[in-house]
Design a protein around this ligand. Structure first.
Ligand code: NAP
Length: 246
């Protein structure tokens, strides 16, 4: 499905990003596995992909840093000659209600989740425009659509991602480049592991298909959006949430 396409996946050492990178490689893409802190896990993923006959390389960059994001995209272009797919997956939470939220908690979440995506898009924009082909997939969240008490910073970053995605889609639509956002519900990763079993059970009550999400649920959606089969889908927000709060 992605044979010989070149993909950059941010935050791909663990969690959803890792599953996306592995799935893309399984479908034939050459993958740049970006990480920030998870060097060992990024290297082990590259080894796994290669062992399975795929192609991947790891690259450290803090996507919130403009120059490091530029370095990531430049590295991908030097390594593989082009970038067909960018997945802006890197993201963090710093949850608190407004009364307890510090200014730096707001800034850090916006800088990584929203500006990080801007930084990477900024550097693939011209190459994708020139090659008249590209797939940009940005990780939003149902929280970016509906809001959530205790996540003002995170919800703002994920709502911002949606506006950014639609704007990029409009700017680049005539150049063969699509941009879409995925809005996951509750997916089992380190990010959600911190929640108590009681909270998880309460969450299950609101999920129509009565199970928590797996990283593969998101990875397969991303693979479809990244493929040529999705060339008529752009500027969309795809909820992958098991029918949460239907
Ligand atoms: P996770 O397990 O906590 O992993 C977060 C990933 O983001 C890690 O790979 C981490 O890389 C990377 N990252 C954080 N800061 C970074 C930075 N400055 N530069 C580069 N990479 C950075 O989270 P996840 O659950 O897989 O979430 C992945 C994405 O899905 C996030 O955008 C999240 O908001 C979104 N999402 C998740 C859920 C869910 O239920 N899990 C729901 C909705 C949306 P290092 O470890 O290398 O630092």
């Amino acid at each position: 499905m992605l044979k010989d396409k070149v993909a950059v996946v941010t935050g791909a050492g663990r969690g959803i990003g890792r599953a996306i990178a592995k799935t893309f490689a399984g479908y034939g893409a050459k993958v740049v596995v970006n990480y920030n802190g998870s060097e060992e896990r990024a290297n082990s993923l590259v080894a796994e992909i290669k062992e399975a006959g795929g192609e991947a390389v790891a690259y450290k960059a803090n996507v919130a840093d403009f120059a490091e994001a530029e370095g990531l995209i430049k590295f991908a272009l030097e390594q593989y000659g082009r970038v067909d797919i960018l997945v802006n997956n890197a993201g963090i939470t710093k949850d608190n209600i407004m009364l307890g939220m510090k200014e730096e908690d707001f800034d850090q979440v916006i800088n990584i989740n929203l500006k990080g995506a801007f930084n990477c898009i900024k550097h693939v924009y011209r190459p994708m425009m020139k090659q008249k082909y590209g797939r940009i997939i940005n990780m939003s969240s149902v929280v970016g659509i509906e809001g959530n008490a205790g996540q003002i910073n995170y919800a703002a970053s994920k709502a911002g991602i949606i506006g950014m995605t639609k704007s990029v889609a409009k700017e680049l639509g005539s150049r063969g480049v699509t941009a879409n956002a995925i809005a996951p519900g509750f997916i089992k990763t380190d990010m959600t592991d911190a929640m108590s079993d009681k909270m998880k059970d309460a969450m299950l009550d609101h999920i129509t298909v009565k199970r928590l999400g797996e990283v593969s649920d998101i990875a397969e959606t991303a693979a479809f959006l990244a493929s040529d089969k999705a060339s008529y889908i752009t500027g969309q927000v795809i909820r992958v949430d098991g029918g949460m709060s239907l």
